[in-house]
Write a protein that binds this ligand. Sequence first.
Ligand code: G
Ligand code: G
Ligand code: G
Ligand code: MN
Ligand code: NA
Length: 254
Amino acid sequence: FDLENALRFALMRSELFLEFQPRVDTSSRKIIATEALMRWRRPDGEVCLPDVFIPIAETSGLILGMGNWVLKEACRACKAWQHGPLKGVSVSVNISQVQFVRDNFLSFVMESLRETGLPPHLLELELTESMLMEPSESIQQRIAGLSALGVKLSIDDFGTGFSSLAYLRRFAIDTLKIDRSFVMHMTDDPEDASVIHAIIALAISLGKRVVAEGVETVQQATQLAALGCHEMQGHWLGRPGDVGQLAQLARHGT
Ligand code: G
Ligand code: G
Ligand code: G
Ligand code: MN
Ligand code: NA
């Protein structure tokens, strides 16, 4: 409850900020996308991570205001970096279920693009598998509407939810992000390696892009490249950081 109150003030006092983690092309090793990750700098200077505050933000409804702030701020940042070494690099934003099901979600995405001037194809929304399980008519229309705007859609933590191959065909999903729990053990656990192999093959055969998350070692990167995984994200490529750190990586490589 205390944390909920503090979070309420966080919104008003501009204590939230974004970090960006690079997503690199597997063969060129160049940054082609980034993931925006929300951070909360407490008044005492300590930085609180989303695993701690997102659940509270979701149950309290504060995620709506915070999520809208993240969306617009990510669009603003991405638009601004189109003039420097990060030209062409897109931004992806994690979308909470609570946010996604709201009637005004589509119009807020449109407003964010219009106000910031970010070209729609440079914005990606990270959805979760659970949002696409037995979606209502209105959710299906929302996905179609987002896709018609030209915004990219990805499925985060892919492989951990209740995937249905039917929805992957049916919906305008551009990218699958393989959950890092599979990547973590892929070089010593043949079953996890098989899951990764299957997800990459599935994505390629459906004409979708595939990103491996949580890549921490050169061995994982080598194996992912051999499997044809399009993009990689993880500490081995770059930790979440500010735009300056991203630009540094863009200039000097990962
Ligand atoms: O100031 P700016 O245009 O970035 O704010 C956009 C909206 O997001 C405003 O309504 C602001 O109140 C809201 N907002 C929510 N949380 C934050 C935050 O942590 N920092 C900032 N700057 N704005 C926030
Ligand atoms: O960044 P790590 O940075 O600790 O993030 C932990 C979790 O919090 C991840 O599951 C990530 O998807 C989620 N997360 C990070 N930023 C946001 C955000 O802006 N909105 C939502 N809904 N989730 C976020
Ligand atoms: O659920 P989502 O995929 O949005 O989670 C992103 C989270 O993963 C963030 O907390 C981010 O800091 C974390 N992360 C990114 N790369 C790595 C990595 O290589 N290893 C680990 N353990 N976490 C990572
Ligand atoms: Mn994510
Ligand atoms: Na993930």
